[in-house]
Write a protein that binds this ligand. Sequence first.
Ligand SMILES: [Fe+2]
Ligand SMILES: [Fe+2]
Length: 376
Amino acid sequence: MSTNEEIIGRSEINDLEAILAVSAADQHDSIRAVKDNADAIFTWDYEKGSRPALNKLYEKAKVSMWNGETDLPWDTVVDQEQVARDNMALGSFGDIDLSHTPFANWADKEWMNLGMEFQNWSLSQFMHGEQGALICTAKIVETVPWIDAKYYASTQVMDEARHVEVFAKYLDTKLNGHYPLNAHLGMLLDDIIEDSRWDMTYLGMQIMVEGLALAAFGFMHQMTTEPLLKKLLRYVMSDEARHVAFGVLSLKEYYADLSSAELMERQEFAFEAAVRMRDRFMQQEVWERMGLKPKEVLPLLIDNPNRLLFQQMLFTKIVPNCKKLGLLDANDKWLRHKFEDLGVIQFEDLSDTSDEYEAFALGDQELAASGASLAP
Ligand SMILES: [Fe+2]
Ligand SMILES: [Fe+2]
């Protein structure tokens, strides 16, 4: 088994210097090329429904398509200052005395700007992550050997296109700034795409990135009072819950037959992904844009209980799903111990997402309003 150094490039998970040393380098390029090393797989077994759970998801996806152009109230006037005030709970420093910190001279205007930048940053990362999902799911169509999974993945490609589209439109028309892809998220997306094994795409994207996205969208959906964003997130989440279920259902079958050594590689990958996603929430680009040094700001934030709670909450879907896949306790509970180090093991017994997608589904009325055909 590998060391932290080998898996995440540093021995201490919380080594702030090392985390901040990673920063976006190619943000001025208009494209990013990543080598995809996988074979495209044809199958001659066309029997539809031989994996009933995936077939059910596929049929569900076909009748759940909404239209981002026509179903969301784009004429809503978004008050960014109000959105910034909603965000203050996230950026809150609680009771910390700021008098000898870089914030000592901040007035309302700076705090308001910070709130707006948080929103710009979050929505930008959501948008980039959605493009990662679009690319990864197109890759799954090529690489997965099962026909029911190819069918389902093709519907997810369409879902992800809509997600990129609506986040991009929201950023362009309602907010006041973009951020480039966060470097930690970028490293993770590269690793997922470069891996030649088809199940690693699922593990990295459907289980880890989308599991985190589902939790993050849910949190923002609950917090925001901005009606357009609330509805946008509601629609996106109804799809995301299905996507995570697709990952859990597919990998459950595949992982049942893997050796301990093969499972170890998956455990290490899940750990790497968890650390990368945790690191991205340091939001280092926001501090830089506000004219601050992340190295001076982050130590003030790292132990803030509000922020810690938010950070842990992001793992509420990932941990139970890893447990369901048998990844927590294989190889002498290796991943369990890593999740203990990250402070997120307490979520292991929350419901997993393999059937939770029914609860997230849009109601008949919402679908009727969107013009999508209704299930028989
Ligand atoms: Fe998505
Ligand atoms: Fe998704």
